[in-house]
Design a binder for this molecule. Structure first.
Ligand code: NAP
Length: 327
């Protein structure tokens, strides 16, 4: 009898025994613990609502791998790790709960949104999708097999393995040029392979890389093949788009920085997406489903920056809190 009473209390309180997969009611469930998601958690808690953040991997999103953030207003320099950790601690100190679980799908029920993870089923009045983006792959033979054996998508994570070696960076955006600048400090030589002769990166990044003795630009070129020796990357083959000439460049490491892709397939039933997979939402962060919002890099937008991710987190959280009050 006592056990039955205890079970009823547990079920009613809903968030006592998450490991048993019970429903747990929150005001707002935020999917993703990057800058947008954690900013949303801060604003949700400060609005007096109960927030749960669900994160598949590690907290922090993309910024956690940035060595030096120098374009966040009011903070001249901060490491990405310190920035992300500060956000996490701020959200948790305000009472937000953060769980590391992969979300499989979101259901839009009449009076609530139900979020299914590998381990549990949660429910909330509103959901904020803040899933970010991941690095785009080259999609050429050998890439998958050589990932971790010469092919990398994170220069700050893996760069130290290539100290005093020759490496290549593929891409012409801010990420590629930041990666190249970082690698040029520790590697013997850095080739920047870019498909055009103009960089997409900010002029400040481009200026920083030009004139460095150990950086060679391989422009108008794409990578057509990867070569390996004893299971490790040994060279990349580039193809000049103008002349058609092929060149084999011996490198121990290749850092792929050719942009980003969203991964929102799990939410396609509840949030309309554009052909590239970004969740369609305007500056108000509202998606095609009332009560489901999208914040940060995962939504359709022109400017994807730390500042705009944080701004989206605030906008989405305040909209979600209003939705909760009206529901
Ligand atoms: P990005 O700006 O989209 O640049 C991707 C680069 O890869 C472009 O140069 C593009 O070439 C090239 N590319 C795309 N697909 C390719 C393919 N299949 N094969 C070969 N090359 C390909 O991506 P990102 O550099 O990762 O930056 C993403 C966002 O984060 C941007 O908004 C960026 O400004 C921002 N970001 C900001 C900072 C900062 O503020 N410090 C740092 C990092 C990133 P094309 O130029 O020819 O299209």
């Amino acid at each position: 009898m006592l056990q039955l009473f205890s079970l009823i209390v547990t079920v009613l309180s809903r968030d006592i025994l998450p490991e048993r997969g019970l429903y747990m009611d929150y005001d707002v469930i935020i999917i993703g613990a990057g800058t947008a998601g954690l900013s949303a958690a801060i604003y949700t808690q400060r609005a007096g609502k109960k927030a749960l953040v669900l994160e598949e991997n590690a907290y922090g999103g993309q910024i956690i791998n940035t060595l030096d953030v120098e374009n966040y207003p009011g903070i001249a320099h901060i490491s990405g790790f310190d920035f992300a950790t500060g956000l996490l601690e701020q959200a948790q100190n305000l009472g937000a709960k953060v769980e590391y679980e992969e979300v499989l799908r979101v259901e839009n029920q009449e009076d609530r949104k139900v979020v299914h993870t590998q381990q549990h089923t949660y429910s909330a009045k509103a959901v904020i999708l803040a899933t970010g983006v991941t690095r785009r792959k080259l999609n050429i033979p050998g890439e998958a097999e050589l990932t971790g054996k010469g092919v990398s998508y994170c220069a700050t994570c893996d760069g130290a393995f290539y100290r005093k070696k020759d490496v290549a960076v593929n891409g012409g955006g801010n990420t590629a040029l930041e990666d190249a600048a970082f690698l040029a400090n520790i590697c013997r030589k850095v080739y920047i392979i870019h498909r055009r002769d103009q960089f997409r990166a900010d002029e400040a990044e481009v200026a920083g890389i030009r004139g460095r003795d150990n950086v060679e630009l391989v422009l108008n070129s794409t990578i057509s093949a990867l070569q390996s020796e004893e299971g490790k990357l040994s060279a990349v083959v580039t193809k000049d788009k103008v002349t058609g000439a092929e060149r084999t460049i011996s490198v121990s490491g290749l850092f792929v920085a050719i942009g980003q892709v969203p991964s929102n397939a799990a939410f396609k039933d509840v949030a309309e997406q554009d052909p590239a997979g970004y969740i369609i939402a305007g500056e108000d962060c509202r998606t095609s489903t009332p009560g489901i919002f999208a914040a940060g890099d995962c939504r359709t937008k022109k400017v994807r920056q730390l500042t705009t991710a944080a701004a989206d987190g605030a906008v989405a959280a305040l909209a979600a809190c209003s939705y909760v009050d009206e529901a």
